[in-house]
Design a protein around this ligand. Structure first.
Ligand SMILES: Nc1ncnc2c1ncn2[C@@H]1O[C@H](COP(=O)(O)OP(=O)(O)OP(=O)(O)O)[C@@H](O)[C@H]1O
Length: 236
């Protein structure tokens, strides 16, 4: 099999907010088809790392490249156009747009169409005429992910998609994420507090500790080594 194409590379990235440094010397390479759980205790820099990938922090040192081209100083909207999809923690739904309109206004050509979204997210099909403010938290989260997919990203960044959702909805969302990863081969980085669950979805895990990468290897190893996982992530 041909080598997978390198999508996003971070080379010795030090970044933060203004003068404050949060991430230190972070190097990472994400390839086509990679599924990555980005873990770490609270405040260790996971969200900051996603924001840095999107160009929303202050890059102090190091560089980022996308499909081989330097994007260190590329504005966020251009990164999005280039294929970086981002689903932030806040879901940002529009009360005056229906579910279907949320999907169609952002659509760009590619494999993801409204019909394909409805096939993967049957609940959104049922709710397609509902307005953005007439959705449960779980439905909003599904719509946030679906909307990001409609842009046809090459790499999707998800920031705590399960946060605040009821257990039964978490299960449903897990099923959707599993399909996206296993069946569509979507490249994805998932930040999550639910470490074990996320490790069960992904092939690879990256653990941050005080802004540095302390683990970058298989997810299964951490699932098999409880003590190590607890030490690094402090799983409740
Ligand atoms: N806008 C900001 N300005 C200054 N410091 C910030 C800002 N946002 C976050 N920080 C700091 O950066 C550090 C890392 O925060 P970040 O949100 O990236 O961590 P996290 O691992 O995603 O945590 P959590 O799991 O709690 O979301 C924290 O010390 C936080 O206080």
């Amino acid at each position: 099999m041909a080598d997978k194409q390198e999508l996003l590379v971070l080379n010795k990235v030090t970044a933060g907010y203004g003068e404050a440094v949060v991430l230190e010397d972070v190097s990472l390479s994400i390839k086509e088809g990679d599924s990555v759980a980005l873990l770490g205790r609270n405040g260790m820099g996971k969200t900051t790392l996603l924001l840095t990938m999107m160009g929303l922090t202050h890059l102090h040192k190091g560089s980022l490249s996308w499909e081989g081209g330097d994007i260190s100083h590329m504005p966020t909207y251009k990164r999005a156009h280039a294929g970086l999809g981002w689903v932030p923690q806040e879901r940002h739904m529009y009360p005056s747009l229906s579910v279907e309109e949320h999907l169609t206004v952002v659509a760009r050509p590619g494999a993801w169409t409204v019909d394909k979204i409805y096939e993967v997210f049957p609940r959104l099909f049922e709710r397609r005429q509902n307005m953005g403010n007439q959705l449960s938290g779980g439905e909003q989260q599904m719509l946030a992910i679906a909307r990001a997919l409609m842009v046809n990203p090459r790499l999707l960044l998800l920031d705590e998609p399960m946060e605040g959702l009821a257990p039964i909805i978490v299960q449903e969302l897990m099923g959707v994420l599993r399909r996206l990863i296993d069946e569509t081969g979507l490249s994805v980085i998932i930040v999550e507090q639910h470490a074990r669950m996320t490790l069960g979805l992904t092939e690879r895990a990256v653990v941050l500790d005080r802004g540095r990468v302390i683990y970058d290897a298989g997810s299964q190893y951490l699932l098999d080594n409880d003590e190590e996982l607890n030490r690094m992530v402090a799983v409740a």
